[in-house]
Design a protein around this ligand. Structure first.
Ligand code: SAM
Length: 267
């Protein structure tokens, strides 16, 4: 793995000024890199998709463990550097525009993500979940905590329900900001999202997430008042009937309602 002095010298040589917009904070901590690589379960049969390989901090180790590594890097200058230095299936593209196709087995997704687009990247991966087995990503700590949060905690939100409906998010460990160059303003965590959850196809997912989003928009209200003013139900009486059928007391706060309970409102 490149040391800080080497990272700085490559950036100078390729005339790269780390871009904030592209979330370019390069991993320079060898111990954290080892911890990341060791925690990813990959076998020689597996194909990995790395998002934003940058200067290749994780790439070489991923290549040693996997059958194949596809790496998608948006920055042309980093792409040029990697082309000269790494033997991988390298694609110069925006991950948000990348098309999942011609993939023989389900992918393991890995990446130290650019913070500002962690959320759209997650949505993209969930939309393409038929191609994905598991996701291992570094994200801003607050984002990771929201994804993994349980009912009754301050971080529990519609994002937690969304991530937990499609996957099993778990924070594996925290990463201090000093592990990256340039040092970002926030700390991170390394997160695993298992994507092998069976999803009940009879559930109306659009309606479910409409209900969940509306509920959390008014977290301070009771679930009854929150849903009665959401415009989703015809009347307060209809909300009451629906809540009774789902076994949810109308005076509960939305933030105490589990995903399983929300799901009962649409089946
Ligand atoms: N993996 C490297 C490391 O750990 O040192 C770099 C991580 S850096 C936090 C994020 C990387 O994602 C950068 O290389 C950046 O250029 C790349 N990136 C940013 N936006 C991207 C996008 N939309 N699609 C693909 N790569 C992107």
């Amino acid at each position: 793995m490149l040391k800080l002095t080497e990272v700085k010298s490559i950036l100078r040589e390729y005339n790269i000024h780390p871009s904030k917009r592209l979330g370019q904070n390069f991993l320079i901590d060898q111990n954290i890199k080892n911890k990341i690589v060791e925690s990813i379960k990959i076998s020689r049969e597996d194909e990995v998709l790395e998002i934003g390989p940058g200067l290749g901090a994780l790439t070489e180790d991923l290549c040693k463990k996997a059958k194949k590594v596809i790496a998608v890097e948006k920055d042309k200058r980093l792409y040029a550097f990697l082309l000269n230095n790494a033997y991988i299936d390298l694609i110069n593209n925006d991950i948000l525009k990348y098309e999942f196709k011609d993939i023989s087995s389900k992918l393991i997704i890995v990446g130290n993500l650019p913070y500002s687009i962690s959320s759209p990247i997650l949505s993209k991966l969930i939309d393409n979940r038929t191609y994905v087995r598991s996701i291992y990503v570094t994200v801003q700590i607050e984002f990771g905590e929201r994804l993994a949060a349980l009912p009754g905690t301050k971080d529990y939100s519609s994002l937690s329900c969304y991530a937990q409906f499609y996957g099993e998010p778990k924070i594996l460990f925290k990463i201090p900001r000093g592990a990256f160059f340039p040092v970002p303003k926030v700390d991170s965590c390394f997160l695993k999202i298992g994507m092998e959850k069976q999803i009940d196809s009879s559930i109306d997912q659009r309606l479910l997430f409409k209900i969940i989003r509306s509920s959390f928009e008014k977290r301070r209200k009771t679930i009854l008042n929150s849903l009665a003013s959401s415009g989703i139900f015809k009347s307060k009486e209809e909300v009451l009937i629906c809540l009774a059928k789902a076994g949810i007391s109308p005076d509960r706060r939305p933030e105490t309602i589990s995903l399983e309970e929300f799901t009962r409102l649409v089946i």
